[in-house]
Design a protein around this ligand. Structure first.
Ligand code: AMP
Length: 316
C-alpha cells in the first residue's frame, strides 16, 4: 500500500514556555510523513524554496520517505510559520504566515503519487487540497485537516474540499467553528452530513475522539475516544495534530486499508502515540530519531491504561 500527502512543507519559528527555535524544519506534510513512515510508504507533495537544502531532504529520506514529489523552486522561499504558545499549550498563537512558493503552486503529481491507495490532505490552502484530491482518483480512503485561518478566509473552498473526503481530522474548536455547533457530537454529525463518513476531533492534551457513521453494510454508527498519553515533559506541541494524523492514516494504509471499527481504534492508538513523541521535544527532533520498538511499547502502555473491567457478577 502507499500513502500520498499534500500540505505545508515549512520552516517554523516557535516559542513555548520551555524554549524556542528560530528556524526548524516543520510543516503539516513533514510532521505527517515522519509519523506515517513507521507504517507505510509515504510520499509528500509540495514545493519548497532553495532555502530547503540537503539537510532537510536527508532527514526525510533517512526515514524512507519518498521525496521525488517535493519540488524545489529556484529563487523561491519555503512556507514559513511563526507561532508561540502561552502557559496553556493547547492553544497555538500564529504571529506570521508566509506562503512563499505555495502561493504559486500548481500541483502536478507523479504517476506514483497519483496511484496512492490512501490520500491525506494535510493543512494548506483548500483549493490546493482539492486539486490534489482530483488527481488521486485511485485512493480508497482519504482524509483532510485544516485550521482556523482557512475557515476564516476560504470557507467555501474548504467546505467543498471536505465534501470530497472520507474522514475529517481537525481540532475540536475548528469543528465547532466550521459547523456553528457548540456540541461536539452534533458538530461531528453535521460534518458527516457534508460527506465524510468519519470525523476525528483532536483535543490537544486531552486526546482525540472518533465518530463514525453507520456504513452501507449495516455497520453501526459509533464513538470512541482516547486520552492523550500522559507525559510529564512536554516542550513543543507544534505538529502534534499532524503526527497524530500520520500515525492514524499511516497505520491504516500499512494494514491494507482495513477500515473496520477495531482497526480504526488501533489507528487512534497509533495516532495518539506518535503525537505524544512529537511533543516531547521541538519540531521534528524527537520523531526523527524514534525507533519502532518505542512506538510499540508506548502503544501497549496506552492500551493497558485505557481498558477497564465490569464488576464481576458475584459482586454486582
Ligand atoms: P499542528 O501543530 O499539528 O496543528 O501543525 C503545525 C504545523 O502546521 C507547523 O509545522 C506549521 O508549519 C504548519 N502551519 C501553520 N500554519 C499553517 C497554515 N496556515 N497552512 C498550512 N500549514 C500551516
Amino acid at each position: 500500500m502507499a500513502l500520498t500527502v499534500v500540505g505545508s512543507i515549512a520552516f517554523d519559528a516557535v516559542k513555548t514556555p520551555f524554549g524556542e527555535r528560530e528556524r526548524m524544519l516543520g510543516g503539516a506534510a513533514v510532521h505527517f510523513s515522519l509519523a506515517a513512515s513507521f507504517f507505510t510508504e509515504v510520499r509528500p507533495v509540495g514545493p519548497v524554496g532553495d532555502d530547503f537544502g540537503t539537510e532537510q531532504f536527508e532527514l526525510l529520506e533517512a526515514r524512507g520517505i519518498a521525496t521525488s514529489d517535493v519540488e524545489r523552486v529556484p529563487g523561491g522561499q519555503s512556507f514559513f510559520w511563526r507561532g508561540h504558545y502561552d502557559f496553556d499549550l493547547n492553544v497555538a498563537h500564529t504571529d506570521d504566515t508566509q506562503l512563499g512558493v505555495f502561493g504559486e503552486f500548481e500541483p502536478k503529481l507523479s504517476d506514483a503519487a497519483q496511484a496512492a491507495d490512501t490520500l491525506f490532505l494535510a493543512n494548506i490552502q483548500p483549493d490546493l487540497q482539492r486539486q490534489v484530491r482530483a488527481q488521486c482518483g485511485a485512493a480508497g480512503f482519504s482524509g483532510l485537516d485544516s485550521m482556523n485561518l482557512w475557515i476564516e478566509i476560504a470557507k467555501d473552498s474548504l467546505l467543498a474540499a471536505i465534501a470530497e473526503v472520507d474522514c475529517l481530522v481537525v481540532n475540536d474548536a475548528e469543528i465547532r467553528m466550521l459547523t456553528g455547533e457548540s456540541n461536539l457530537a452534533r458538530a461531528a454529525r453535521a460534518v458527516m452530513e457534508m460527506g465524510p463518513r468519519a470525523v476525528v476531533a483532536k483535543r490537544g492534551e486531552y486526546g482525540a475522539a472518533l465518530f463514525t457513521e453507520a456504513g452501507p453494510d449495516g455497520g453501526e454508527q459509533s464513538f470512541f475516544a482516547l486520552p492523550g498519553f500522559p507525559l510529564e515533559d512536554v516542550r513543543d506541541p507544534t505538529g502534534a495534530g499532524d503526527s497524530f494524523a500520520g500515525g492514524f492514516f499511516g497505520y491504516l494504509d500499512g494494514t491494507g486499508g482495513d477500515l473496520d471499527e477495531a482497526n480504526l481504534r488501533r489507528a487512534m492508538g497509533y495516532g495518539t502515540v506518535l503525537a505524544s513523541f512529537n511533543v516531547e521535544e521541538f519540531g521534528t527532533e524527537r520523531v526523527s530519531r524514534l525507533q519502532r520498538e518505542e512506538i510499540d511499547e508506548r502503544f501497549e502502555a496506552l492500551r493497558r491504561m485505557t481498558q477497564f473491567e465490569a464488576l464481576p457478577a458475584s459482586r454486582g
